[in-house]
Ligand binder design. Structure first.
Ligand code: PEP
Ligand code: MN
Length: 262
């Protein structure tokens, strides 16, 4: 398929794009504190936060819903950080467009389902908001590719990829195994799309976040998406993998974010 794709966001020259923020928006205070601390690092390009959370089993925290969009609006007004959140159905898209969210993302559990992807694509038709597309939870490149094509056919020209690893039933130190070769193959299929690593969902733990991010950057990825929470141990979702803004700042210092061949 012939494509004319533009960058989702243009990074500061000489370094990769940095997307960070909590797994979930929990309270207005938590979101604002996280955003203010991240803004102080002066290296974050996009603030992430889940508003509607696709939880594996019912009964866990399923997100604050659209009330949280107002908190993201406040983040932008008070810190200048642009914002992104996950959308999984048409109503999410409409709410985000109304609230002025800058970038949308499709989660791994949405990419896996062509009905959902098409519903989101139809809702996006006629807009030009940038969209990031995570790989599907299972290692099926066709689904990832199909999601890109459906969103592109809806008229979206700023599309990026997020590599968040693939589920794996067996013993592994990863939460989702990276299968780097698959992401490389996807990059080969779509050379114009920016590719970001979501080290948080690949690792599922804090101590390996930096090495996985560096591995991706060494493969010439365009940047990273990392989950950051002011009090990670108390997070309402994905507590084990979240880090404080301060630890995240240290990680950025230690990473070679510069693309080797720019
Ligand atoms: C998330 O980003 O918090 C999330 C739910 O991610 P994924 O779709 O990659 O599981
Ligand atoms: Mn998460």
């Amino acid at each position: 398929m012939e494509m004319n794709i533009k960058k989702v966001l243009t990074p500061t020259p000489g370094r990769g794009l940095v997307i960070a923020g909590p797994c979930s928006a929990e309270t207005e205070g938590q979101v604002m504190q996280c955003a203010k601390d991240l803004a102080k690092l002066n290296q974050v390009d996009l603030f992430r936060s889940g508003i509607w959370k696709p939880r594996t089993r019912p009964g866990s925290f399923e997100g604050v819903g659209k009330e949280g969009l107002q908190w993201l609006k406040r983040v932008k007004e008070e810190t200048g950080l642009r914002t992104t959140t996950e959308v999984a159905k048409a109503a999410h898209v409409y709410d985000c467009l109304k609230a002025g969210i800058d970038v949308l993302w499709l989660g791994a559990r949405t990419t896996v389902n062509p009905f959902s992807v098409q519903e989101v694509a139809d809702a996006l038709n006629g807009t030009d908001i940038p969209v990031l597309i995570k790989n599907p939870i299972n290692p099926d490149l066709g689904l990832w590719q199909g999601a890109v094509e459906r969103i592109y056919k809806a008229g979206i020209t700023r599309i990026g990829l997020i590599h968040r690893g693939f589920s794996y039933h067996g013993k592994t130190s990863y939460r989702n195994v990276p299968r780097w070769q698959m992401a490389i193959e996807m990059k080969r299929k779509f050379p114009d799309l920016q590719m970001f690593v979501d080290n948080s969902h690949i690792c599922g733990r804090r101590d390996t976040l930096q090495e996985v991010a560096q591995e991706a950057l060494n493969l010439n990825y365009d940047g990273l998406m990392t989950e950051v929470h002011p009090r990670p141990d108390e997070a309402w979702s994905d507590a084990a993998q979240q880090i404080t803004p301060q630890v995240f700042g240290e990680m950025l210092q230690n990473l070679r974010l510069r693309k080797p061949t720019a």
